[in-house]
Structure formats: C-alpha cells, structure tokens
Write a protein that binds this ligand. Sequence first.
Ligand code: ADP
Ligand code: MG
Length: 760
Amino acid sequence: MIAAMPGAISLNTPIEDLHSFKIARLGPVLSHKLAKALAAQTHKKNPAAVTVEDLLNYFPMRYEDRSRPALIKDLHDGVEASLELTVTNAHGYAVRNPRGYGRPQLYIFEVSAIDGPMTGREVIVWWFVSGRRAYDIVKYYTAKLARGTRFITFGRWEFEARRNTYKLRLNNAADELEILLPPGTSEEPAPDEEQAEENLPDPTLAAIHVGRRVPVYRKLGEFNSKRVREIMHAVLTLLNDKTIEETFPADLRHRAKLIGRAQAVDEIHFPPPEVSMSDYEQSKSRAHERMIFEDFFWVTFAIGLKRGQRVKEVKETPLKIDKTVKDHIASVMPFKLTDAQRKVTKQIFRDMQSQAPMNRLLQGDVGSGKTIVAVIAMIAAMENDLQTALMAPTEILAEQHARSIKRLLARTPYRVELLTGSIRAAEKRRLQTALKDGEIDAVVGTQALIQEAVGFEKLGLVVIDEQHRFGVMQRAELRTRGLNPDVLVMTATPIPRSLAMTVYGDLDVSIIDELPPGRTPIETMVFGEDQRQEVKRLIAREVKAGRQVYVVYPLVEESEKMDLKDATRRYEYLRDTVFPKLPVGLLHGKMKPAEKEKVMGAFVAGEIKILVSTTVIEVGVDVPNASVMIVEHAERFGLSQLHQLRGRVGRGAEKSYCILLTSDKKTVNAEERLGIMAKTNNGFVIAEKDLELRGPGELLGTKQSGLPEFRIGNIVRDQALLEKAKQEAEFYLARAKSVVTAKMIVRIKQDPRFGLAAIG
Ligand code: ADP
Ligand code: MG
C-alpha cells in the first residue's frame, strides 16, 4: 500500500498520513489507530479529520526531571523520585483465586532492583496484575524484566521497615515503568495490546526518554506515555519552527509578555534544561502561559462575537410590565419573595422590556427558590399575550413543574399543559395543534419540546431549568426555527460570579444568594460500611416521626446493568428484610414513564416512606417532607452532584440529614471530596472545590452545553490569565474594522470548536 506522497509536514497534516514521514514504529495501521484515539479525545467524529495540531494539543499530564535521576541512597520515606534501575529479580505471585479453579486472576508482580553504582540496598517496585489474562501478563512481565534489564521508574517511595528496604507501588505499570532498551532492539507488544505490524528499531530512543526532562502523557488509546512521547518528539523534530504559524500580533505578544507559538508548542512538551520544573508542575511556565492565554483568548473572542450579534437582534415584541401585570402576579404568590428573588426578578423584567432578546443565566444554590422566579417571568409574558415554554432535564422534573404551576395558576385563565416524549401520539398531536393555534399559554416539557417539531403561535419566553444538563446553546436551535424569544436559563451549579461572567460571556448572569427563611441546616455525615446499624436506626427514627427518606444509588453508564441490579437488590432487601413494616418504593430511569409517575406521586403523597432510587432524582425534585438522604457509594459521585442530591432534603422546617456511605475511603481524592461535603452546605464553596478537583469541563458540563472547551486553561487556576485574555479579546473586538481583527475573525470561523461559520 503506497500512500500519495504528501508534501512537507505541517499542522494540518492528517495524522493518518503520519506514517509517510518515516517515524519509527509508526506505519499506516498505527497511524490510523493514533488518529482514532485522538478523535475520541477531541470529539471529532472522523479520524481522518484529526491533524498534527490535534496531536500537539495532547498535552502532558505532568513532567519528570530525568536529567539527574535520584540514587537509592538519596531515598527517604515518602519522597517522590525517578530512579534508573537494573533488575535483579522479577516474579509474580498469586494473591487469591476466588473461583478456586483455573488460573488465579489476581497477582502481585514484584521487581527487585539496584541502581547502577549500587548506592544502597535493593529496592522493590510492585503492582497488581488482575483479570482473565493475568497469568499471561505476569508471564510477559517476567520475560520482559529479566535479570539485568535496565528501567526507569517514578513515584512515591515508601520505606518498609519489615524488609528494611524502599518500596514503590505502581498503579499503572505500563505508564510508570519504562524499560531502557539497548540501541537497535525493540519492545514486544504486551499480550493485551494488539499485534502491531511495524517494529522498526530506533537507535535514538534512549536519548528521548532519559538524561533530560520528559513529558508524561495519559495513555492515548493503546499508546502508552512512552510511545506518545516518542511520536511527539519525532513530529516536533520534523516540524521546523516555521511551519508553526504565529497567530498573535506582535504588539499583543509584547503587551501580554508571551513567547512565540512555535517555541511554546516545543517547550510545553519538552521542557528545556534552564527553566524551573516547579513552574511546569504548576502549569506556570512560559510555555504554559502562552498556550493557556491562547486558549482563553480565542474562546472569549468567539463569545464576544456572538454576543455582539445578539445585541443587534430585535425581538418582535418587547413586553409591557405595568402595575396591572404586577398585581396579577402578586395575587397568585404563595409566599413572600426573598430579597434575592426580588432583585433577580427586577433584572429579568428589565430584560423582557428591552428590545434585545433576553439571554440570562439565573444561578442559585439548590433550594434557593428559582422555580417561582421562572413562574413570575412566565406570567409576565402570558399577561402580554405571549406563549411560554419551560424545559426540564427529566420527565420526573417536568411533571413536577407542570403539577406545581398548574396548582399555582389554577385561579387564572391560563392554560398550562405537560408535553413530554412519553405522551401518547394522539394526545400529543392534539396538544401540538393547540400550541400552534395559541390555545396553550404555558407548556412544560423535556427536550422533546424543542427537538420534535413543536410550533408555537407566539412564543415569548423559554425557561430552561437545570442548564448543566441541557445547554446554553439551545437558543441557537430556537433561532434556526425562526423563533427569537427571551431565554432564561436556570442552574444550581453556582460558579463564582467573575468566572461566570467570563465563561458565559454570552449570557447575563443573575444570582440568588439567599435561601428562603425557616430552613434548618442539613447535617452531613460520612459513614463506613460498619456503621450501617446507625443508619438503620436513623431511618427508623425519622420515619416514625412522620418523615420520608431517599436512598440513592450511583448509576454509571459503563456499568449500568450492574448498578441497576445493585439498586434493585438493595430495594428488595430494605423492603423485605430491614423494614418489612414500612412502604418502600423503587425509582429508576429505565422504568416506564407511567410507573415512574406512580412511584413519584406516591412519594409526594407520603404513601411511600423510603424511596430507593438511582440519580434520576438528582435535580429539582421537591418533596419538603423528606428529611433524610442516604447516598450509597458516595465516593463515586462528584461534589456538585452530591450537593444536588443533598439539596433534595432540608426543604422543610425539620432538621435534615445527609449520609454519605462509602465502602472505600482509600482514594485520597474521594476522602477529600466527602470531607468537604461534611464541612459545608454552601454550594459556591463546593462548586469551587469541584472546579479545582475535576476541572470546569465536568462541572459545567461543557460537553453537553456546547460551550467551547478549554484545551489547557483552567478557569480557576488561571483566573489572572483569563482576565487578561478577555481584555485583549475585547480590545480587538472593539476594532472590528481593523485588518488584524478581520484576520482573527477569519481564523476563528475556521475553528469548528466555536460554530461560528454561520455568523456574518
Ligand atoms: P431550586 O432553586 O432548587 O429550584 P425551588 O424553586 O424548588 O428551588 O424551591 C425550593 C423550595 O423553597 C420549594 O419548596 C419552594 O416552594 C420554596 N420557596 C421558594 N421561595 C420561597 C420563599 N420566598 N419563601 C418560602 N418558601 C420558598
Ligand atoms: Mg429547581
């Protein structure tokens, strides 16, 4: 197979063509695999579209200084160090064999080694090998790490008093242990890797991996850190600096003190010898600053362009909100609004009365009372003879909203209807016609509302509840269907205001920073397996006092079936064995809508006392009488998710409890997370911590929301750079007619991340 000879390599060269540049051990098959692995990383659908630039954007997760490896004699307990070692002995021994027949499935593989100059006693490096193929893998490691083999490894060394030696536990041996091959030889693929067709030796490899500062990458498909490093090094060598085009004007670089793009790309992968490694570890090197700035600059520039576009739009009818309208609203209010609710209502009214369409994000911690604010906005629109739509992320939530809005508006002339995916076809058609004819004033539903071709006679306001499941970009979808209503997006994922402004530059932001009066703080406790009796007593006591309880199970996509089974089994156990005298219910996403509604209805009515459920109740569900939230496998949840779950209780005046059950407190991260939950009830503090621990992508759900993702920037860690980049972006946006800005606009329209191609 001979590929067409491409010209010189450039940032736009497809990864699938990489094999024609004679990179060691990278033929057509592996080039394709690399393209596929990168496609999954970048959410590009088509591997053929993956380019060298995408590869270079696969940044190291950390760095190791191997220019001067440590010596055994330098080790002390708990020190992190990389060592260059020689194997004296390597073997695996079986730990347990649960089935009792066949080959064991769990081994400890242990390597004893010394350093070259023999500066101390032998050290031990070990890891677990598990799974169906454990035996083969152990055999493979034993052969690969024969006595005399040299390798380099990195990690936290611990002193083991019993054996009087230093020990290093590796969790992912393939990533943390690199064998140093004599020049001219090559590695055999591990038995769990597919047989590669190319195996060209490369005598220069050793110089890439040792005796210098090296990048460490996350495994990319079947390419381990070492392989990624080799390929990255080869590509960077092939690309001479001139093929990495500078994208910033010189004066911007000067003002922001940024190094050139080509230099930054080089240095972010391979730190030069003179720079500070601690800067690299904190993502503060000059290479990081340049790349992060670039990341932020283009995103804020794109958002600015979009915003400019919206301000120019004019809606059909600005609303009139006069005393009569306000009186009508006041007449249906079930309680006095908090000051914070009053403040955001004012902001929303101002938007609705203006010419430009509203695009507002309403943030408020769980339980802060966002729903009533949305209903107020809806009434204002309906008083202006406009239709309104409220979209919720789940059917359960849509039903709940429809129920409570109907109740609230019972004495008004407005017709409120529920329209979800599970409504029978004939009924749905009837509702759709009524909607088109303007007979329905407020429609409540799930995504189906927008996705299916639902027409309105005169749509004035769309409210989107719980944005992080949904997307700020849905407005765009409405617009493509010829509708340009006011849009209010509500979210309980509070992010610090300054960040919100920057990230959601396209949205105006309102914040409800106060809870309704009369709430008693929720007490949160982290319990282990051994404390189940206490949990049982607490449940019994609360139910006896007339209260209700949630028991929540995680549902992870990859192990959905197992998780469902877990939840179901636990439900049966609770119902039959633990609380045979109490009504226990089960709720999960795989149930038929009618069943779900029945169970939820029974819980709302207090007929079910203990509700075992998956995370379908995570957002929005409002049953004030529920006072206990028990989260099983709490360590599997993210912080913001736990906070959401906890927000299901503490909605009444009774004291409420949240119990985080964990079977595994071992991971430091999980322990830290759960500790924070126990310490604070403040959603902002939790969100900030979550941002820190998991990064904004997870928290803000950028993947679903359509917000562009930052490649390397972290909006919490790099706030100062974000601010600076935003200022610069605004500087150029303000000079729309300049050649420089025009060039930037051309550039950004070509970047598919921003979906700007259509903007004129
Ligand atoms: P969230 O912001 O999490 O969506 P909800 O809108 O569900 O919160 O409100 C939480 C609870 O607080 C509901 O039971 C609601 O009726 C109640 N509530 C909201 N605002 C007030 C208020 N101003 N005074 C008293 N109760 C309120
Ligand atoms: Mg809500």
